[in-house]
Design a protein around this ligand. Structure first.
Ligand code: GLY
Ligand code: MN
Length: 465
């Protein structure tokens, strides 16, 4: 954890952003896989980690806006527990390490919340995403699970987003640590990507590297020769020549900060001419978009800039045609890049997606587009120093989408369907880096990971020695 002063300051700042009442920040509990004692690996709630830093099950925090008091709720382990688990700090000791003076048994949470409700005080809570916490909230507040999203405190959501969107130095260091572990995941995968190898063989080694960093994967690994499926989590294919591997994988540090990196590399270690042409366009989009990052620039504009590079590049190959600017404005490029250029990251790989993407990535000035492709952009707002975000352009040939658009005669003035058809066996290419917005512009986080085709080929050749 960070020093306790950090957590105290975060709670103070949160208080200063709320008008009154109490903020309820629930930690997570274990979720059984097949019986209660055989649980999925525990992952603490990111909001609880941000304000209390404690990475244990069955804790909750109350931040009282009016009295200035914080209370940690939890139960000490019994001797029976300790026989199985080993020595454990008491709840009071844990609270101390987070700078919290008062603790209460978990069962007292109901009393404290009920008292606040009975006095007409506002009980702020965040939208729950786990069944266990939905049930707990129903018990505490009498709000049915299906009504909890709508009744969560928008005031609290906005306050948390305002704080968590700006990363401090310690958080940036953590994300860089995650990126450096992730770099080894990617260079190792490049070295292993030979014909005849199964995707799961690489996936296992890559996940092992994340675990060796002391943490885990920040999200389920995407590693596939069918990168045209954007979030392809199955790893059953055998690698064969002529295919590109897309690996979108990131480690999470022991403190749960994420990296989110994508690289694309040719099975066997050499880009064919056709692969290289598409890859170079994606690389150019990544470079130009990254260079455009600076405070006050709307990320929506940077997304459009990257889309323009992709449309121009595809036009030069005869895949698109007509005016590239108009094509992008109308959304024709989305046949090839149906996703957004990037998103915020931090304690979550898609930071604070549980609180609502539009609160995180948009604001009163910049609203989400409704056009196919552009509407998938998670981040549109003006950039601020301290934001950490991804830049992740891609080009994909998705046969089902091409079929549909062609049947509908969609954007025939911008798309050369006859040429597109010759790419339907291509798959996809995506490149992704993690970027800090600085006062002057931007900084790519972590040590460089090969992205120029010749550097990727060199890395892959090193695996053959
Ligand atoms: N890393 C997967 C994504 O950004 O959606
Ligand atoms: Mn990403």
């Amino acid at each position: 954890m960070f020093d306790k002063q950090i957590y105290k300051k975060r709670r103070e700042k949160l208080r200063s952003k709320l008008n009154g009442g109490v903020a309820l920040i629930l930690g997570n509990s274990d979720v059984p896989m097949n019986y209660a004692d055989n649980a999925y690996r525990f992952r603490q709630d990111s909001n609880f980690l941000y304000f209390f830093g404690l990475d244990q099950q069955n804790l909750a925090g109350v931040i009282d806006v009016d009295s200035g008091e914080d209370i940690l709720f939890g139960d000490d382990f019994t001797l029976d527990d300790i026989i199985w688990m080993g020595p454990q700090p008491t709840v009071a000791e844990r609270a101390q390490s987070a700078g919290v003076e008062r603790t209460k048994a978990f069962g007292k949470l109901h009393e404290v919340v009920s008292e606040a409700v009975s006095k007409g005080r506002k009980v702020h809570f965040l939208p729950p995403y786990r069944a266990e916490n939905k049930i707990l909230l129903e018990k505490l507040l009498g709000i049915r699970p299906d009504e909890q999203q709508g009744k969560a405190s928008v005031e609290l959501i906005k306050a948390v987003v305002a704080l968590r969107n700006i990363k401090d130095e310690g958080e940036v260091r953590e994300i860089e640590k995650a990126v450096d572990t992730t770099a080894l995941m990617h260079t190792t995968a490049m070295k292993m990507a030979n014909p005849g190898v199964y995707e799961y063989e690489i996936a296992g080694v890559v996940e092992g590297i994340a675990l060796s960093g002391g943490g885990r994967l920040a999200y389920p690994l995407i590693l596939s020769i069918h990168g045209e499926t954007l979030h392809n989590h199955s790893h059953h294919n055998k690698l064969r020549e002529e295919r590109l591997v897309i690996m979108d994988g990131g480690a999470e540090t022991p403190m749960h900060y994420a990296a989110d990196i994508t690289r694309t590399f040719p099975v066997g270690g050499r880009f064919s001419q056709r692969q290289r042409e598409i890859y170079e366009i994606v690389l150019k989009a990544k470079k130009e978009a990254t260079r455009a990052i600076k405070p006050e620039t709307p990320f929506r504009d940077i997304h459009m800039l990257a889309a323009g590079v992709i449309a121009d590049g595809l036009k030069s190959l005869g895949i698109m045609k007509g005016d590239a600017g108009q094509a992008v404005e109308q959304g024709a490029h989305a046949l090839f890049m149906p996703h957004g250029l990037g998103h915020m990251m931090g304690l979550d790989v898609h930071d604070m997606e549980d609180l609502g993407e539009d609160y995180v990535g948009y604001d009163d000035e910049i609203k989400r587009s409704t056009i196919f492709g552009t509407k998938a952009l998670r981040l549109g707002r003006r950039l601020k120093p301290g934001f950490v975000l991804t830049v992740e352009p891609g080009i994909y040939f998705i046969p089902e989408l091409v079929d549909r658009w062609e049947q509908e005669n969609k954007f025939k003035e911008f798309i050369n369907y006859e040429k597109v058809r010759t790419y339907l066996d291509f798959g996809g290419a995506r490149l992704e880096d993690d970027i800090l917005v600085t006062d002057e512009g931007f900084r790519v986080l972590g040590n460089p990971i090969p992205d120029k085709p010749e550097d990727v080929e060199k890395m892959m050749a090193a695996g053959k020695k």
